[in-house]
Design a protein around this ligand. Structure first.
Ligand SMILES: Cc1cc2nc3c(=O)[nH]c(=O)nc-3n(C[C@H](O)[C@H](O)[C@H](O)COP(=O)(O)OP(=O)(O)OC[C@H]3O[C@@H](n4cnc5c(N)ncnc54)[C@H](O)[C@@H]3O)c2cc1C
Ligand SMILES: COc1ccc2c(c1)CN(c1nc(C(=O)N(C)c3cc(Cl)c(F)cc3C(=O)O)c(Cl)s1)C2
Length: 448
């Protein structure tokens, strides 16, 4: 085998899906010297004009940064593109705002990055490897995973293309065709859940002299109980605003007047920022998109196929971890390939056996947040708990890492983050009970 621990055996790998996770995975595999063919349904996003103001963005945190670092792109993304968000900026109904820092102790932050920019960067980087070939406008329609044989149709000419590979990696998103083929395998567990909320993207444009209209280094939230709005900053000083609301509520807003009344009532401070005309245009030009949560396992078929990213674990976005979790899949897969020298049967089996506990955990955490977060940040109990968490975290930083910090600012396995939280809840509960008993005895003693 080669000095750097790579096997002499070079694999012929097909990655289905050239989105964020598929294009990152292609880089990891290329660095290991394998032959990679990346097939993407859509056209090359670097050639499509960026729809103005529709630059959809995402929160990049430590797990995703670690993967970008492995492929040499972290510094570029952090220094040239990502916008640091040091905390949440909560917008109250009366239009006043207050900030809650992510980590007052060490000033850690997360970054807002443009989805298409990041995807384009990953695809561009793959052009530095002559062992990566990119095929756009190719839709996977048939897969015999046991044999590693795939059939694509070219979306422009409709012709069929047959492809064979030693390994097929499905990074084709929440509605994955590779996962669909996997579902025919015996002992394949699968569940999905559409939540009652949909989401719609709006845009807060930059101001007259091209600057930000709101404090730039924050993730802005308008928590309103059963619905909420969230805004992340873009490089062009605009904001991508995402309104999360039950589909039934969206349906009720079926006229300009009703829409404006709704925003006057619930998001008054956002109207001058978005602009009434743009609000009406953007709101009625699209329709709310659904949000699905997918859990499944195992992620492999023998040593022939593997699914990663949203194809393996689509989560609701209420933790900002979907892409970070998919990027973490790629990091862990690479560590296993290094550990077992690309011996696929062992790599894929251990990936499936170990990864599902963590993806199920983050899926449950995101779903819990969905239920809690819309008003969690406004609830006194949340803020008391957070103050308590931050106090103990400050006092014993290596002993008590609050849940949000461990998920977002450490690479602790998601399942371990949840385990910690359970243990912390027990400790907190017993401290409160002890405190109450102590107070009762104290009062009783004083009275007599
Ligand atoms: C509203 C919202 C907000 C979010 N915010 C965040 C955030 O702040 N932070 C975060 O980390 N994550 C966030 N996410 C999650 C994140 O968008 C996903 O986790 C991430 O895009 C998953 O990447 P992926 O490559 O696995 O799948 P996708 O990005 O869906 O890419 C799949 C690719 O496969 C292609 N494809 C699909 N089917 C086929 C086929 N049959 N043949 C060929 N190609 C195919 C698609 O064209 C696509 O390019 C958010 C998601 C939503 C919906
Ligand atoms: C582009 O569309 C979207 C949609 C949702 C999200 C993101 C981008 C990015 N998101 C992040 N969430 C956390 C987090 O840990 N929690 C608990 C939060 C959860 C919610 Cl729902 C929220 F509104 C704030 C926080 C917060 O803490 O700021 C981060 Cl840290 S980043 C959610």
């Amino acid at each position: 085998s080669l000095p750097n621990g790579h096997t002499a055996k070079k694999l012929d790998i097909v990655v289905v899906g050239g989105g964020l996770v598929g294009s990152l995975e292609a880089l990891y595999l290329a660095k290991r010297g394998h032959r990679v063919r990346l097939y993407e349904y859509r056209e090359d996003i670097r050639e499509t004009p960026q729809a103005r103001g529709r630059s959809i963005n995402l929160a990049l945190s430590i797990r995703g940064r670690r993967a970008l670092k492995d492929v040499g792109l972290e510094q570029h993304m952090i220094e040239n593109h990502g916008i640091p968000m040091v905390g949440r900026m909560i917008h109250k109904l009366d239009g006043t705002t207050y900030a809650i820092p992510y980590d007052a102790r060490t000033n850690q932050c997360i970054y807002s990055v443009g989805r298409n920019y990041l995807n384009g960067m990953l695809l561009k980087e793959s052009e530095n490897y002559e062992n990566v070939e990119r095929y756009f406008n190719h839709k996977l329609i048939e897969a015999n995973l046991k044999k590693g044989s795939l059939t694509f149709t070219k979306t422009d000419t409709k012709e069929e293309v047959k492809v064979n590979a030693d390994l097929v990696i499905g990074a084709d998103g929440a509605f994955s065709a590779v996962r669909k083929a996997m579902m025919k395998q015996p002992l394949f567990d699968y569940s999905q859940k559409y939540i009652e909320h949909g989401y719609l993207e709006l845009c807060i444009p930059s101001n007259a002299n091209g600057g930000f209209q709101m404090p730039a280094n924050y993730l802005h939230i308008w928590p309103r109980g059963t619905f909420m709005m969230i805004a992340l900053p873009n490089q062009d000083c605009s904001w991508t605003v995402t309104l999360f609301m039950p589909f039934t509520n969206f349906k009720k807003l079926d006229s300009k007047e009703k829409l404006l009344q709704f925003f006057e009532k619930y998001f008054p401070d956002s109207i001058p920022l978005i602009g009434k005309k743009k609000l009406i245009e953007d709101f009625f030009s699209g329709s709310p998109s659904p949000l699905v949560s997918v859990k499944c396992r195992p992620y492999n078929v023998d040593d022939k196929a593997l699914i990663i990213g949203d194809a393996a674990h689509a989560v609701v976005p209420f933790y900002g971890q979907g892409m970070n979790a998919g990027f973490e899949d790629c990091t862990l897969l690479d560590q296993l390939m290094q550990k077992y020298k690309d011996d696929l049967p062992r790599v894929l089996e251990e990936f499936s056996d170990t990864r599902w506990k963590d993806t199920y955990a983050i899926s449950d955490l995101a779903m819990y947040n969905y239920v809690e977060m819309r008003d969690l940040v406004t609830r006194p109990s949340y803020r008391i708990r957070k103050a308590f968490d931050d106090l103990i975290f400050w006092a014993f930083p290596n002993f008590w890492v609050p849940l949000y910090n461990s998920v977002t600012f450490t690479t602790m396995p998601y399942s371990k983050c949840v385990e910690n939280r359970r243990w912390q809840n027990k400790v907190l509960f017993s401290v409160i009970v002890a405190f109450m008993i102590f107070t009762m005895f104290g009062l009783f003693y004083v009275r007599n």
